[in-house]
Design a protein around this ligand. Structure first.
Ligand SMILES: NC(=O)c1ccc[n+]([C@@H]2O[C@H](COP(=O)([O-])OP(=O)(O)OC[C@H]3O[C@@H](n4cnc5c(N)ncnc54)[C@H](O)[C@@H]3O)[C@@H](O)[C@H]2O)c1
Length: 325
């Protein structure tokens, strides 16, 4: 059994990664700043569950602070990998405050790579994003597409972490897997994302805001598939960038209809302008993940939405109060 450091452990994706590692008998040190980028109740809900797992320990700390390298020093010794999922996520708020995105997504990633170098941790897994593909590439997106034109500071920060990781691979032999996640959904998802919002807004009879005409499409991927793929990426690969994304696409309007049928309530729609930072579509070519990792998504969009709505019903007392702005 191995020991891992997982950053952003109280986050949506990392919490599932930790649960799966612990279920396989591994030890995990979770690191998270528990910042208030979105409603903190979700982070505490996830963390409270993790704290019950055998082999899980938690450190509340900010990975963008250089002191984190020393703070983690002793604990990092003997670790098999750092899985760096801590980030400021979401494209829109990166337009309002790009600095905080760069300090966590670039300085923070740098600190985690330095931690690996200083403590001979052989493997580094970095979360990147489909947003690095911008809007000028043929879909489905392949890893070798042009990612030199990120449309938002968020995407630019993710691209920076990818290329910095190459330097660490080249100079120090760090084995790196970069995952470009496509839009992820599931229980306890981020409340700034459509899936959580649609669940809450439709279940509570609130007006559902639709950006643009609602015809923009997304390739959604269920969180368990993403977490499983992330763990499969722990194997030695040299330096690889790998898309993790499902192949089912749906428009926002069709997604709303799916939620209406699962929640058993009609949605009240209000159309607004599209945000310049939003992508109009995204879809993954995941053949590299299949080839290198044997990864394929297993949970369908419909099954995932059913699980999300069931989770919401079970947690409704507090989930209905979660701020979605
Ligand atoms: N959810 C998606 O659809 C999606 C898509 C593409 C990429 N990603 C990437 O996947 C990773 C996980 O995303 P998520 O959706 O779970 O987001 P999340 O916001 O739920 O999780 C990130 C966690 O990192 C923590 N964090 C942020 N800054 C920190 C810092 N400086 N120090 C320590 N902890 C810090 C946050 O408190 C949070 O718990 C991120 O790198 C994100 O950019 C997510």
């Amino acid at each position: 059994m191995a020991r891992y450091i997982v950053t952003g452990a109280a986050g949506f994706i990392a919490a599932r990664v930790v649960e799966m590692l612990a279920a396989d008998g591994h030890e995990v040190l979770g690191v998270d700043s528990l910042n208030d980028a979105y409603d903190i109740r979700l982070k505490h809900w996830r963390l409270d569950r993790l704290k019950q797992l055998p082999g899980f320990t938690f450190l509340q700390a900010d990975i963008s602070e250089r002191g984190i390298i020393q703070m983690l020093g002793e604990k990092a010794k003997g670790c098999a990998a750092v899985i760096n999922l801590a980030a400021r996520a979401g494209v829109r708020s990166s337009v309002a405050d790009p600095w905080v995105y760069f300090s966590t997504n670039v300085d923070g990633a740098l600190n985690m790579m330095e931690l690996c170098r200083q403590h001979d941790i052989p493997k580094f897994v970095q979360a990147s994003s489909s947003s690095v593909y911008g809007d000028n590439n043929p879909m489905p997106y392949r890893e070798d597409a042009n990612t030199d034109l990120p449309l938002q500071p968020y995407a630019a920060s993710k691209k920076a972490s990818e290329v910095l990781a190459y330097s660490y691979h080249y100079l120090h032999g760090l084995d790196v897997t970069i995952f470009r996640y496509f839009t992820v959904f599931g229980p306890a998802a981020r409340p700034d994302m459509a899936m959580f919002r649609f669940t809450q807004w439709i279940s509570e009879g609130k007006t559902v805001r639709v950006n643009g005409d609602g015809r923009q499409t997304r390739g959604f991927t269920y969180v368990d598939d993403i977490a499983r793929g992330t763990i499969q990426g722990l194997k030695p690969l040299g330096y690889e960038i790998i898309n993790l994304g499902g192949h089912e696409q749906i428009s926002m309007l069709d997604l709303i209809h799916l939620f209406e049928s699962k929640a058993g309530r009609p949605a009240v729609l209000e159309y607004g302008p599209i945000h310049k930072a939003d992508a109009l579509a995204n879809l993954s070519d995941s053949s590299k993940a299949i080839r290198l990792l044997g990864w394929e998504p297993q949970v369908s969009l419909e099954e995932g939405v059913t699980r999300l709505v069931e989770w919401y019903r079970a947690e409704r007392a507090w989930a209905s109060q979660v701020k979605t702005e």
